[in-house]
Design a protein around this ligand. Structure first.
Ligand code: NI
Length: 156
């Protein structure tokens, strides 16, 4: 496993649309392991492959306190959403900043797992926010385009 370089806001790859994954290869397995290691090392709760420069529809998320409950989503689609939550959001590609974003409070996601089996997973609150934020990355969207009001620096 290895840490990968996290692309930062202003890098044009972050605005690109990622491509679906249709088979699990050794290379993709390594990518997923590296994404997890990179996310944990940066104290993040989610990372999309595009953020390490790979335009594949792969996301890793871990919102657990202990950081030992990873969720791996391949070709994720949000198939249901309800409710609303408004709160601070940040991104490893936009370090040291945060902004207020309104998202659905509850979402259901359909995706493939690492064995390329379809599954569904639901999330509320922070997990729902992470699902929506990371799926946006796969469509070239950064949370900064959805911020209500000012984007704050970490010291504000
Ligand atoms: Ni992000």
């Amino acid at each position: 496993m290895a840490l990968r370089n996290i692309r930062k806001e202003g890098d044009p790859i972050l605005a690109k649309i990622s491509k679906p994954v249709w088979e699990m290869t050794d290379k993709t397995k390594v990518l997923i392991e590296d994404m997890l290691e990179t996310m944990y090392a940066a104290n993040g709760v989610g990372l999309a492959a595009v953020q390490v420069g790979v335009l594949k529809r792969i996301v890793v998320i871990d919102v657990s306190d202990a950081g030992n409950d990873p969720i791996i989503l391949i070709n994720p689609e949000i198939i249901d959403k309800s409710g609303s939550q408004t709160g601070d959001e940040g991104c490893l590609s936009v370090p040291g900043k945060s902004g207020v974003v309104t998202r659905a409070a509850h979402v259901k996601v359909k995706a493939f797992n690492e064995k390329m089996e379809v599954f569904e997973i639901e999330g509320d609150d922070l997990l729902a926010r992470a699902f929506q934020h990371e799926v946006d990355h796969l469509d070239g969207i950064l949370y900064t385009s959805k911020v209500e009001g000012e984007i704050k620096t970490a010291d504000d």
